[in-house]
Design a protein. Sequence first.
Length: 96
Amino acid sequence: MPKKIPMRMCVGCREMKPKKELLRVVRTPEDEILIDFTGKRSGRGAYVCPEENCLQKAVKQRQLDRALERTISNEVIQNLSRQIAYSRPKEETPRE
Ligand SMILES: [Zn+2]
């Protein structure tokens, strides 16, 4: 029996995808907006494909703002897109 795969919708392309293939953007209780690589942070979350395109779409259509109930600043978006770039390729995550 195949296991049920949890699906989530990308706020950019609005496609349903397995949760594992998406990045979770979270607004922490401290009101920080970041990418939750563990998937375990508490706070309001939104899912987006690990694609710059989807992030930009989500931003332009204000889907990310809506999902997180915050206006997302350019600075935060740049941060997120940097984190998305770092998340690929998956085998070799640069460390600072
Ligand atoms: Zn997407």
